[in-house]
Design a binder for this molecule. Structure first.
Ligand code: FAD
Length: 392
C-alpha cells in the first residue's frame, strides 16, 4: 500500500481518486461501515423506494467548478428542494415568505404587514430573524416574535438539546425570512440530485485500478498514534506512507483530551399505504414534542411509487455506544479549544493528513467537503510529487 485513507465518504473517495489517477498511487480505503458513500449513502428500501439512510441530501453550490467536478462521475438533474413547517396545524413554506404571512393573518392585516416590510426593508429580498425581531416597526417585530416563539426557538432547542430559554437568537442569523413569494430552500445556482443514485456516483469515483476499498474495518483496531514519538503505527509497526484520516479527531487520539461533543439523530423509518404524507418532501414540526422533521422520500426524489416511505428525525446527544453516529459538531469555545489541542499534535505528525466533516470538526455541506478535499489534493500533489511511483 502506498497511501491509506480512513473513511469512504465524499472526502476520502475524492482524495483516493485524485491520488490514484493523478499521482498513480496505490490507495487502500478502510471504512467501518459496510457500504461506501459515508453519510450520502442511499438505497432502495423493501417497498422499492429510494431513501437516504443518514438524512435527506441534495447537492447545491454556487461554484461552477464544483458542479463540473461532480459531473465527471455522474449525471445530475436539476432539483430545487422545497421545505415547509407545520405551525398550529398549517403547512407553510420555509424559509418563511409572504405566503407565511397570508397563512397566519387576515387578508387586511397580511397586506398591511407586507406593505410595512416593503417600506422598512426597501428592495431587500431577505432579512435575518434578528433584524425582524429588532425592527422599529411594532407589527413587523410582532411577526418576528410569532415565528421565533412558534418555530425557531422550539426547533433549535430540540435540535441542540437545550431549553427554549437558552436559545440565543443570534445563532439564527443564517436562516433568513424571505420578502417575496419565492420558494425553495437554497438560493444556490446549482441545485441537483443524481439521475440514478449517490451510490452510483461513488462507484464511478472509486472505479480505478489503483483503488481498493475494504468495508467493515474499524481503522482504529489497526491504526494507532505514538503521541510521544509523533509516529503512525499500523499493526504496531511505524509507517511512513501518507495516512489520510477523515474520521473524528478525538477518536484517533484515544480521546486523551476528552471527547468532542456531537449531536446525533435517530431516524424512525415508516411506510404507509397512502398517496401522500405531507405537503413537501421535508417538513419541520417545531411544535411536536420530540421529533424535528419528517422526510418523505417519494417527493424528495420524485418517485412514482405505490405508498410512501418516510423518516421521522429525532435529535439526541451523541454517545458512541450502540449504532449512533456523530452528525453535527457542537461548536462552542470550549469544544474548539479541545479540538485545537488534538489538531496541534496531529500537525506534528508528518505523514498524517486530515480532512472532512469529522476530522475538521466542521459542519460542511457536500460542496464544502468537496472543496476541502480538492484543496488537500493540491497539497498532496506538492508533497507526494517526487515520491516513488508518481507518474507525473
Ligand atoms: P462522512 O460522510 O461522514 O464520511 C466519513 C466516513 O468515515 C464514514 O463513512 C465513516 O464510517 C468513516 N469512518 C470514520 N471513522 C472511522 C474509523 N475509525 N474507521 C473506519 N471508518 C471510519 N450536505 C449537503 O450539501 N446537502 C444536504 O442536503 C445535506 N444534508 C445532510 C443531512 C444530514 C442529516 C447530515 C448529517 C449531513 C448532511 N449534509 C448535507 C452534509 C454531508 O453529509 C457531508 O458534507 C458529507 O457527507 C461529508 O463527507 P465526509 O466524507 O467528510 O464525511
Amino acid at each position: 500500500m502506498e497511501v491509506l485513507i480512513v473513511g469512504c465518504g465524499l472526502t476520502g473517495s475524492i482524495i483516493a481518486r485524485f491520488l490514484a489517477e493523478n499521482l498513480n498511487k496505490k490507495v487502500i480505503i478502510w471504512d467501518r461501515r459496510n457500504h461506501i458513500g459515508g453519510n450520502m449513502y442511499d438505497y432502495y428500501d423493501e417497498h422499492g423506494i429510494l431513501v437516504h439512510k443518514y438524512g435527506p441530501h441534495t447537492f447545491h453550490t454556487k461554484k461552477k467548478e464544483l458542479y463540473d467536478y461532480i459531473c465527471k462521475f455522474a449525471e445530475w438533474e436539476d432539483y430545487k428542494l422545497t421545505c415547509m413547517a407545520q405551525i398550529d396545524g398549517k403547512f407553510t413554506p420555509t424559509p418563511f415568505n409572504f405566503q407565511t404571512i397570508d397563512d397566519f393573518y387576515s387578508e387586511e392585516d397580511a397586506n398591511d404587514l407586507k406593505n410595512r416590510i416593503k417600506k422598512v426593508f426597501g428592495g431587500r429580498k431577505t432579512a435575518t430573524v434578528i433584524e425582524v425581531l429588532n425592527c422599529d416597526d411594532e407589527k413587523i417585530r410582532k411577526y418576528g416574535e410569532f415565528l421565533f416563539e412558534k418555530d425557531y426557538s422550539l426547533y433549535t432547542a430540540k435540535q441542540w438539546g437545550i431549553s427554549v430559554k437558552e436559545v440565543d437568537p443570534s445563532i439564527l442569523k443564517r436562516v433568513p425570512l424571505r420578502f417575496s413569494y419565492d420558494i425553495g430552500y437554497f438560493d444556490d445556482e446549482y441545485q441537483v440530485m443524481p439521475k440514478t443514485t449517490y451510490v452510483d456516483f461513488f462507484k464511478n469515483i472509486l472505479n480505478h485500478k489503483n483503488i481498493e476499498v475494504r468495508l467493515g474495518i474499524e481503522a482504529l483496531d489497526y491504526l494507532k498514534i505514538d503521541k510521544v514519538k509523533r509516529k503512525i503505527l499500523v499493526n504496531n509497526k511505524v509507517v511512513d506512507f501518507p495516512v489520510i484520516y477523515t474520521g473524528a479527531l478525538d477518536e484517533l487520539f484515544d480521546t486523551c483530551y476528552g471527547k468532542l461533543p456531537y449531536r446525533s439523530l435517530h431516524f424512525e423509518w415508516k411506510y404507509e399505504n397512502i398517496e401522500s404524507k405531507q405537503d413537501a418532501p421535508v417538513v419541520a414540526y417545531p411544535q411536536e414534542d420530540k421529533f424535528t422533521r419528517i422526510t418523505e422520500y417519494k417527493k424528495l426524489l420524485k418517485q412514482e411509487v405505490k405508498g410512501t416511505s418516510y423518516a421521522v428525525e429525532y435529535p439526541l446527544s451523541y454517545d458512541e455506544q450502540g449504532d449512533m453516529e456523530p452528525y453535527y459538531p457542537v461548536l462552542t469555545e470550549k469544544s474548539m479549544e479541545k479540538y485545537n489541542r488534538y489538531l496541534d499534535i496531529a500537525n506534528t505528525i508528518n505523514n498524517l493528513y486530515l480532512a472532512g466533516r469529522l476530522a475538521d470538526f466542521k459542519y460542511y455541506n457536500m460542496d464544502q467537503a468537496l472543496e476541502r478535499a480538492l484543496s488537500l489534493c493540491k497539497i498532496l500533489k506538492d508533497e507526494l510529487y517526487y515520491m516513488k511511483g508518481s507518474k507525473n
